[in-house]
Each structure stands twice: as structure tokens, then as C-alpha cells.
Design a protein around this ligand. Structure first.
Ligand code: SF4
Length: 316
């Protein structure tokens, strides 16, 4: 069994050669790379999935407010409001879950860096939103959904194989981006962090929708293409603005990528080539917009004011 791959094409060839489905391959590969048994991989996977669930609950139970004043409980506000333009439950849950997890990160709480702390809300936000909207006690869906959404309950391991599979597929997508380009904002800008997470989440959701792997990676390509060139310009050097709200925006990006895929609209540029383009763009970005807080939003008058003192002005 070959566990090394640098492109989606190589990953697909390894899967074919080993006659394995992608989630089995991901676990065998992890066991091989870490030198541990497969059941230990599943235990660790479940432990981390549980952390993602706990962090989204924490972020929705009460407004998360950071010492800097940049994080102000946007997740709770968004989840509880009855004023909504878009009523779709999956859409709003994905955004509120992503906000919740990333606000917990901004306030020093426990999250899973998946793939990074700054983008930690996107993949689990998407997967758990799909899970809560498509399975569980709400299925079959009752007549009009209660609005606003209640805080979801904790779900304990062992987790459903399909749910595990979604996290594993997202992980392999991240491995491909890391190997072909980078997942670090300091190297490739936010296209790498939040853009990479959006691609991972889109791939996972297409998997949950039972699309073939080639289509899952087309969804990943669509999502990543729409994040190319995204600057990393965190205000005051803190992972809060634009990071927290960007987690919500990128979930919507990923949902659109999956919806296009389900409609049979695929990426003209293959996933591997999009990753190469991301690397080329990242390499040509100025250092000021690669996590140095020396450009973009960080240098706006308001952004600069947060360098000196915490602030509680303004909106959520
Ligand atoms: S703006 Fe920078 S720090 Fe914030 S999530 Fe994006 S890459 Fe991370």
C-alpha cells in the first residue's frame, strides 16, 4: 500500500491500487505514519471530533468576548436572531457554528486546529451543520423549524462511520493543500488558512452527499478558487478580525461549491492545478499581508487603534 502522495491524482491512484475507500485509506495511512494501531487512530479521531462539538456548544451557549474587545459574541447574536434574510437551516447553522468555534478560539478556549486555529470553525462548522440538519431527532423534519435555533446537544463518541469519514476526507484534502502549497497564513495568506479550510469542508460535505471522490475534489477546487488571493491582515496581530467572521463567510463559499457540484457544475481547473495556483499567488504576495499585521485591515485607522488599547465600541 502506498501512503505517499502529493496530488489528488496520486491519491486516487493509491486508492485504486489498494482497492480501498477513502476513509479506510485515511485511517491506515495515519496508523502507518504515526506507528500506532488503527483503533488508536479511531480513538484519537473521536476525541478530536468531540472537542469540535464541545467548542461549538460553548460558543453558542453564551456570548464569547475577548479581552481585546474584537470578539463580541457574534455567534450567539447570529444564532438567536429572528431577523434573517436566508431562512435555510443548514446555511445558518454552518455560519453560526463556524462563528461559535472561532470565537471560542479567539477567547483562548479549547478548539481543534483544523487546519489552523484561525480557520478552526469552518470544517467542523460545515460538517456538524450538515449532521444536525440531515440526521438525528429532527429527521423527518417537522413543520416550520423553530426559529431561532436551540444550542445543539453534546454527542459522545464512538461516532458514526459516515461522520468520521467526513472528518477524514477533510483531513486528506488538507494534506494535499499542505503538500502542494501551504496551510499557513504566514506563508500563503488567508487563502491558505480559511481558503484551505473551505476546500476541506466542501470536500467533506460533497462526501456526506455521497458524491464520488472526483466530484468531492471538484467541490474543493471550486471553493478554493473563490478564496485565491485572500490577504492575511489580522488587526493588532490577533486572530479575531477579520478571522472570526471570515469563518462564517467561508462556510457559505463552501456550501455554494457543493451546491454547484450537486447540480453537475464542476471546476474547469482541476484541484491539483488550483493548489498550484494558490502556491504561486501566495509566493507573490507581499509579506505585509502574510500574518504580519503590517498591511490591509491591520493598518486602517480603526485597526491601528486596537494595537494600543482594548475597545468595546462598535457593533458585533
Ligand atoms: S486573516 Fe490571517 S490570522 Fe486570520 S484566519 Fe486568515 S490567515 Fe489566519
Amino acid at each position: 500500500m502506498k501512503y505517499r502522495f502529493h496530488t489528488y491524482a496520486e491519491l486516487a491512484a493509491n486508492l485504486q491500487e489498494g482497492n480501498l475507500i477513502v476513509e479506510e485509506y485515511a485511517v491506515k495511512r495515519e496508523a502507518f505514519m504515526a506507528g500506532i494501531p488503527e483503533d488508536a487512530v479511531y480513538r484519537e479521531l473521536d476525541r478530536r471530533i468531540a472537542v469540535t462539538r464541545a467548542s461549538l456548544i460553548k460558543g453558542l451557549e453564551s456570548p464569547q468576548k475577548s479581552r481585546s474587545g474584537l470578539t463580541r459574541g457574534a455567534a450567539v447574536a447570529f444564532a438567536r436572531t429572528e431577523r434573517r434574510l436566508v431562512k435555510d437551516r443548514l446555511w445558518r447553522r454552518a455560519a453560526s457554528y463556524a462563528l461559535a468555534i472561532n470565537e471560542v478560539n479567539a477567547c483562548g478556549g479549547k478548539i481543534v486546529s483544523f487546519p489552523t486555529a484561525g480557520s478552526s470553525g469552518i470544517v467542523p462548522g460545515l460538517i456538524w451543520a450538515w449532521w444536525d440538519s440531515r440526521t438525528g431527532p429532527e429527521k423527518p423534519e417537522p413543520a416550520p423549524a423553530p426559529d431561532p435555533d436551540p444550542v445543539p446537544p453534546m454527542l459522545d463518541p464512538p461516532y458514526n462511520p459516515k461522520l468520521r469519514g467526513a472528518f477524514l476526507v477533510a483531513s486528506l484534502t488538507g494534506v494535499l493543500i499542505a503538500q502542494g502549497a501551504t496551510l499557513a497564513g504566514s506563508e500563503g495568506g488567508c487563502q491558505a488558512e480559511c481558503g484551505g479550510a473551505g476546500a476541506m469542508g466542501a470536500c467533506a460535505l460533497a462526501y456526506l452527499e455521497n458524491r464520488p471522490l472526483e466530484e468531492c475534489f471538484s467541490a474543493a477546487a471550486l471553493s478554493l478558487k473563490n478564496s485565491l488571493g485572500l490577504a492575511c491582515d489580522p488587526v493588532a496581530g490577533l486572530v479575531e478580525v477579520p478571522c472570526v467572521k471570515r469563518n462564517a463567510f467561508v462556510t457559505v463559499n463552501a456550501l455554494m461549491a457543493v451546491d454547484l457540484t450537486l447540480a453537475g457544475v464542476y471546476s474547469i481547473i482541476p484541484f491539483d492545478e488550483v493548489v498550484s495556483a494558490m502556491k504561486q499567488i501566495g509566493d507573490s504576495m507581499p509579506a505585509a499581508i502574510k500574518e504580519n499585521a503590517n498591511g490591509g485591515l491591520a493598518l486602517t485607522p480603526t485597526g491601528l487603534s486596537f494595537r494600543e488599547q482594548p475597545d468595546s465600541r462598535g457593533s458585533l
